[in-house]
Design a binder for this molecule. Structure first.
Ligand code: PLP
Ligand code: LYS
Length: 375
């Protein structure tokens, strides 16, 4: 197989999905898969088949979710910048809920719904000002972030519900960030949500969505392929005080698919300069942008075995004309040579879905192992 390519382990995906489902079912929690993490159709079909809902952030994601088997009444739609035509599409498809992020958006939803003769279900995405203690650029729940509406505005909305007679207000939505490994953060979120529900009087509404964000182990993907769903849901259950008739929703992306994908790439050249030894590979930041974008670190292995037991330090870099096109600085690898295959782990989430054709490079193709479980 010509490198670079993504390889997805469908058997592993299945076991991760089953664990997530089992842990969520203990508390009757409902999980929506965040398509932005990876909208590969093979993965989507499997996730839909297992009964997950979908969390979408564009009309195209809603369309792809529907095409791949997610029922309309399990689809939620978030995003700070939904266009009129996207809202029109979502409303006309009678999706489960629109997670609204501003008062102006509410006015547009009301207007469009009225013209379509519909009354869509809408939840307010409230910005809880909770620190997710993750990378600055993937934090979404601080008051300076663009996401959600403030508590003050939410109070105004609920006090003026009658202005929006084509909206069925069903509850609240939160999402504070991604790659969160510190469960204390979810405890904080639950505590703040309790307070917000109290002050907004939403406890009798049917919908409460705490978003996604559970992280994965990028350092030890082989040792810990299944994220800590048990701890995550248990923490929320211990601290959240939901209303009697409230269904608790989650929007998980990375934790469901992150560990089932890898990126295979070949070493094109090994170049030694005065200060560095570079392993130049045929995959670039166009195939995996996380290291360039967030300085993210993915475990890298030379599966050609290396040529000796001796270890060397390499900067693993791609072919793109950007200095940030670097997968790892000073990675410790066995002696690596032209033609060796490197595996970059934990590429199931935010790799293929963020790929581009920058430098007019082709997006890597995908192969699947453990696919017989699909039969
Ligand atoms: C609104 C919303 N929901 C869900 C997710 C999925 O997050 P994660 O992949 O960290 O579970 C994101 C991305 O951070 C998001 O912005
Ligand atoms: N794309 C990011 C996370 C942001 C998730 C979307 N809100 C990542 O690769 O880690």
């Amino acid at each position: 197989m010509q490198t670079p390519y993504y390889e997805y382990d469908i058997a592993l995906l299945n076991s991760i999905l089953s664990t997530a489902k089992e842990e969520a079912q203990r508390y009757s929690y409902k999980i929506h898969y965040a398509l932005k993490a990876n909208s590969n159709h093979i993965l989507l079909k499997e996730i839909a088949r297992q009964g997950f809902g979908a969390d979408c952030v564009s009309a195209n994601e809603i369309r792809v979710a529907l095409e791949n088997g997610f029922p309309a009444n399990s689809i939620v739609f978030a995003g700070v910048g939904k266009s009129d035509s996207e809202l029109e599409y979502a409303i006309s498809k009678d999706i489960e809920c629109i997670n609204c992020e501003s008062v102006q958006e509410l006015e547009v939803i009301n207007q469009i719904a009225s013209s379509l003769g519909k009354v869509p279900k809408v939840a307010l995405r409230v910005n809880p000002n909770v620190d997710a203690k993750t990378h600055r650029l993937i934090t979404t729940g601080l008051k300076e972030n663009k996401f959600g509406i403030s508590l003050k505005e939410a109070e105004w909305v609920f006090a003026n519900k009658n202005n929006f007679n084509h909206i069925n207000f069903v509850g609240l939505h939160f999402h504070i960030g991604s790659q969160i490994l510190n469960l204390e953060v979810f405890k904080q979120l639950a505590i703040v949500v309790n307070r917000i529900q109290k002050s907004l009087g939403t406890i009798n509404m049917p919908y409460l969505n705490l978003g996604g964000g559970l992280g994965i182990d990028y350092e030890n993907p082989l040792k810990n392929p299944v994220p800590n769903f048990d701890g995550f849901f248990r923490t929320v259950n211990e601290h959240l005080i939901p209303g009697e008739n409230q269904t608790i929703h989650f929007e998980l992306g990375r934790s469901l698919v992150g560990q089932c994908g890898k990126l295979y790439t070949s070493v094109l050249y090994v170049k030694e300069t005065f200060s560095k030894r570079f392993a130049i590979v045929d995959a670039g930041m166009n195939a995996l942008i996380r290291p360039a974008l967030y300085g993210a670190s993915h475990k890298i292995e030379n599966i050609s075995g290396g040529k000796s037991d001796e270890l060397f330090s390499y900067d693993v870099v791609g072919p793109i004309c950007e200095t940030s096109d670097c997968f790892a600085e000073d990675a410790t690898l066995p002696k690596t040579s032209r033609g060796d295959i490197l595996v970059i782990h934990s590429c199931g989430a935010y790799a293929e879905s963020m790929a581009s054709d920058y430098n007019l490079r082709e997006r890597p193709r995908s192969v699947y192992v453990g696919i017989e479980v699909l039969a």
